[in-house]
Write a protein of this length. Structure first.
Length: 139
């Protein structure tokens, strides 16, 4: 049974379309992070414009990186078993995920990356179907 996966991704959410021989399913994964997050435990300034009481930018960037890495790990567990993978979406998340997949052991499947705008779930599913139908006819 051939499993082909299409993945629309940005830093806020991922939509995974799984195409089987006669089936199609859609899964959504939300990252739960925004670029500028206010974390509990971060101190608030005691007076206006006093940076000595705030959490450093590098600490916030490190916390953001930890959350994004967990998000990518969740996505990778969901797409295990894919024989062909189409990754598309706006921004840098698609190329970051492809780089991460290249480092994964045992994940040397066919991966294609394309740029796409924001889409609805139905548009994403239709794009994935068209892509793999075109791949079948060219093979």
């Amino acid at each position: 049974m051939t499993k082909r996966f299409g993945l629309w991704i940005d830093h806020k959410q991922a939509v995974i379309v799984i195409l089987g021989e006669q089936t199609q399913s859609i899964r959504k994964i939300k990252s739960g992070v925004e670029r500028h997050i206010h974390y509990r435990g971060a101190t608030h300034p005691k007076s206006p414009y006093s940076p000595q009481y705030q959490q450093g930018d590098d600490q916030l960037d490190n916390q953001y990186t930890v959350h994004i890495n967990k998000y990518y790990a969740d996505i990778i567990t969901q797409i295990r078993g894919a024989e062909a993978l189409l990754i598309f979406g706006p921004g840098e998340a698609k190329s970051e995920l492809k780089t991460r997949l290249a480092r994964e052991k045992g994940y040397t499947k066919s991966i294609q990356v394309e740029t796409a705008d924001k889409m609805t779930e139905r548009q994403i599913a239709a794009k994935v179907r068209r892509y793999f139908q075109g791949a079948d006819s060219s093979a």
